[in-house]
Design a protein around this ligand. Structure first.
Ligand code: SF4
Length: 59
């Protein structure tokens, strides 16, 4: 599984709350794909919870 944060992040912090292993929010959110393994469900929840739908998950 691969996760990408597209342009448009408003740095709300929700994804980092859902899955702090993978997402870090500075100016915008960044995703560390090396940490996705074992965190798949939390990554999907983060993607679904993003208010501007910029987190893209590829199976
Ligand atoms: S949940 Fe979406 S808008 Fe909020 S910080 Fe994460 S990527 Fe950005």
């Amino acid at each position: 599984m691969k996760v990408t944060v597209e342009e448009g992040c408003i740095a709300c912090g929700a994804c980092e709350s859902f899955c702090p292993d993978v997402f870090k929010v500075e100016d915008v959110a960044v995703a560390d794909n090396s940490k996705v393994a074992g965190n798949e469900d939390a990554v999907k929840e983060a993607a679904e919870g993003c208010p501007v739908s910029v987190i893209v998950v590829e199976e």
